[in-house]
Design a protein around this ligand. Structure first.
Ligand code: FE2
Ligand code: FE2
Length: 347
């Protein structure tokens, strides 16, 4: 059966709404039957070492499940090595000799097209399609042969997503996959705080995981709780005030130093899609330690006994490893005594 198929190649690390919009534009305007996402094992013009094939493939599959005309092409994964389009198109011609092929290019790719391996032969094997705003493209040389497809730009890149930006421009199921598999989380967190606080967050996550293992709790949840517990601590003052006003107006008059727990419990849900109530409750209460729920006790302990704080907390660590509730009580008592000595109240 003859089919018209548009191929969209890339690392998809991860796939985002810009890729999906390109695929939809191709379906609407080229009248192709399907768009196949060609997942590169190692894209030739990229230095960056991608996330594992398995994860990038799984995220693509989640998106393709939602759209009948989207398919995943995993030829380049099986071939391994550097992924050249010419090899993929030759293979596809052999496997599906009746099909009509289109290859979708982004604006940045069309500019460097002459660097592609065997680009003259490529032009014989597929119709090249540039999906972009029409207005800023040079139509010189080989580019005169490209077909144009107009699309509303979606202002997001995979690099931004890996840095935790524009997360509203990836499908929710992809964001969930990233959190479940801990893919870019340390970059997401480090982008929100100073290096010292990021080191503390990783260290707290490590202690949380130790405690979770010792007490047969969920290690992944413990990691998320520890890593994200201070996510709102370095928020600019104006942003913190806005979060408190919008979500917790009852705390407006409380000291600002305790806001970040409350705000953090909303930030993880709204920005990062972490909905788990135990994680959110633990972050909410981590400053004052007013919850006896296990993850809340765990992160309160870990935050206070973090080895990076520079005092000998080994006795408290041991106590908490053998009995979480007892460790929690001891850490609370020591913390209260410390605050009294420092003359700091309730922080
Ligand atoms: Fe904190
Ligand atoms: Fe902390």
């Amino acid at each position: 059966m003859t089919k018209k198929v548009a191929l969209l190649g890339g690392s998809f690390d991860p796939i985002h709404n810009g890729h999906i919009a390109m695929a939809k534009a191709a379906i609407d305007q080229l009248e192709v039957d399907e768009v196949w996402f060609v997942l590169a094992h190692q894209a030739p013009l990229k230095e960056f070492k991608p996330t594992s094939d398995e994860h990038r493939l799984a995220m693509l599959q989640l998106v393709c499940k939602q759209h009948q005309q989207f398919k995943v092409c995993d030829l380049e994964l099986h071939r391994q090595g550097t992924s050249y389009t010419i090899d993929t198109l030759r293979d596809l011609h052999q496997q599906y000799p009746d099909y009509q092929w289109f290859w979708i290019l982004g604006a940045d790719q069309q500019a460097q097209f002459e660097q592609w391996k065997d680009w003259q032969e490529l032009l014989k094997l597929a119709t090249f399609v540039v999906v972009d705003r029409n207005d800023h493209l040079k139509k010189d040389g080989v580019r005169k042969q490209f077909v144009m497809v107009a699309m509303h730009p979606v202002d997001v890149s995979s690099t931004q997503v890996r840095q935790g930006k524009r997360l509203n421009l990836i499908p929710k199921e992809v964001r969930q996959y990233i959190v479940d598999h801990e893919l870019y989380l340390e970059d997401w967190v480090s982008a929100q705080m100073n290096p010292h606080r990021f080191a503390h967050s990783k260290s707290v996550a490590k202690v949380c995981m130790d405690l979770a293992k010792a007490h047969h709790l969920d290690v992944h949840k413990a990691y998320l709780t520890g890593l994200f517990h201070d996510i709102a601590k370095d928020l600019p003052k104006k942003e913190a005030e806005k979060w408190i006003q919008d979500c917790f107006p009852q705390y407006m008059e409380e000291p600002k130093a305790i806001w970040h727990g409350y705000i953090g419990s909303e930030v993880v849900r709204i920005l990062y899609g972490i909905e788990d109530e135990q994680i959110r409750n633990a972050i909410y209460h981590h400053v004052k330690g007013l919850s006896n729920e296990p993850y809340a006790m765990m992160v309160f302990i870990a935050d206070k006994i973090d080895p990076l704080r520079g005092y000998d907390s080994s006795a408290l660590y041991q106590a908490s490893m053998s009995d979480l509730a007892l460790g929690f009580q001891k850490v609370k008592e020591e913390n209260a005594a410390y605050l009294k000595k420092q003359n700091i109240q309730g922080v």
